[in-house]
Design a protein around this ligand. Structure first.
Ligand SMILES: NC(=O)c1ccc[n+]([C@@H]2O[C@H](COP(=O)([O-])OP(=O)(O)OC[C@H]3O[C@@H](n4cnc5c(N)ncnc54)[C@H](OP(=O)(O)O)[C@@H]3O)[C@@H](O)[C@H]2O)c1
Length: 332
């Protein structure tokens, strides 16, 4: 495969609102030892991309300054020492950054074959959500089949992934969302109980629905006053993973719940996790989750696809909250 001298990518003019994003032309990224170069067909859009654009989430020092944490496309070149992949293979991949571009370099171990039954476009929306949810639900919270789980932000990319994965593992799934339409959609995706947090207090409702027992596991991206309400809604030996703070991270909580119910509070951020952990997650997904795609138990909900040049409109839609599922950028 012959490579062009330059590529199109989305540049951040300066930290700020979506319209600081614009198309630029520049050199292809270098492909280091152990990496592959992917000719990007589609890039997934994630909330952390909006944070990076606004200056609140700078990329790690060794990562591409270009936004974009996941892609799908064809392998265009192999770095030194890469085995198991060939030029021309179709893959989806987690990236250290650099996804909103014609070409993206990423460790070979972050690549996966397309999930069975998914198009390239749908596959671009898989890695960031599935790596994150699998790591938190299964590795950190030790979620076990048949347990109950409360998932906030039910119609987000993360939320829909967690609902489907938990449902496929026999969980009783509780979720929250901000409108009746979103709540109804969550039910169609496997949620047993979906709560409109704007009209009902989710904590009281979960307590009532569980017969005053609470849930075993909580996956939360909201923070703020949700943290204390999560602790109240948890069962003895319950476990909480915090993966973001849409309502702020400085919170007041009643620690007595942690002591009296022997709760565990943890959390993580995928981007800062070591490379070896992400490779292990890719292997776990291939082994444990790709078969669920093959069985038709998991699907990707694409809210809207934008051309790469309209990345600003994609970020505006994400920040409006008026969407269900993933936003995808078409790069070619
Ligand atoms: N730690 C990690 O490794 C990691 C990795 C990826 C993503 N994340 C985080 O996970 C979250 C979801 O990511 P995404 O890309 O799937 O984003 P997204 O699609 O933009 O989802 C955000 C969700 O949060 C809900 N929400 C927003 N503000 C809220 C509020 N004040 N109270 C309650 N719910 C609120 C929104 O729906 P409603 O209409 O229902 O409010 C929406 O479902 C983001 O916060 C992101 O930063 C963390």
């Amino acid at each position: 495969m012959s490579l062009p001298a330059t590529m199109r990518y989305v540049a951040i003019r300066e930290p700020g609102p979506p319209d600081v994003l614009g198309i630029a032309e520049g050199p292809l990224p270098a492909t280091k030892a152990g990496e592959v170069l992917i000719e990007v067909a589609y890039a997934g859009v994630n909330r952390p991309d909006c944070l990076q654009r606004s200056g609140a989430y700078p990329p790690p020092p060794d990562a591409s300054p270009i936004v974009g944490l996941e892609v799908a496309g064809r392998i265009a070149a192999l770095g030194e020492g890469v085995v198991g992949w060939q030029v021309g293979d179709e893959v989806c991949a987690l990236t250290p950054g650099g996804g909103y571009a014609g070409y993206c370099a990423t460790p070979a171990g972050f690549c996966l074959p397309l999930p069975p039954g998914l198009s390239l476009r749908e596959a671009a929306g898989v890695p960031e959500n599935y790596f994150t949810v699998w790591y938190n639900l299964f590795d950190r919270l030790h979620f076990a089949a048949g347990e109950s789980v409360l998932i906030h932000g039910g119609t987000s990319g993360i939320g829909l992934t967690a609902i489907q994965l938990a449902h496929a593992h026999g969980a009783v799934v509780y979720t929250t969302a901000g409108s009746d339409e979103k709540v109804a959609f969550c039910r169609t995706m496997g949620a047993d109980h979906a709560i409109n947090y704007r009209t009902q207090d989710f904590s009281t409702e979960v307590w009532r629905l569980t017969g005053k027992r609470g849930v075993d596991v909580v996956l939360d991206m909201v923070g703020g006053d949700y943290v204390d309400r999560n602790l109240r809604a948890m069962a003895p030996e319950g476990r909480l993973a915090q993966i973001a703070f849409l309502q702020g991270s400085r919170v007041e909580i009643e620690m007595r719940h942690v002591m009296m119910k022997r709760l565990t509070v943890t959390g993580s951020t995928l981007r800062a996790s070591p490379t070896a952990r992400k490779v292990a997650l890719a292997n776990a997904l291939r082994e444990r989750v790709w078969p669920l795609f093959a069985q038709g138990k998991l699907k990707i909900v694409v809210a809207q696809t934008f051309p790469l040049a309209e990345a600003a409109a994609a970020h505006t839609l994400m920040e409006s909250g008026r969407l269900i599922g993933k936003i995808i950028l078409a790069v070619r």
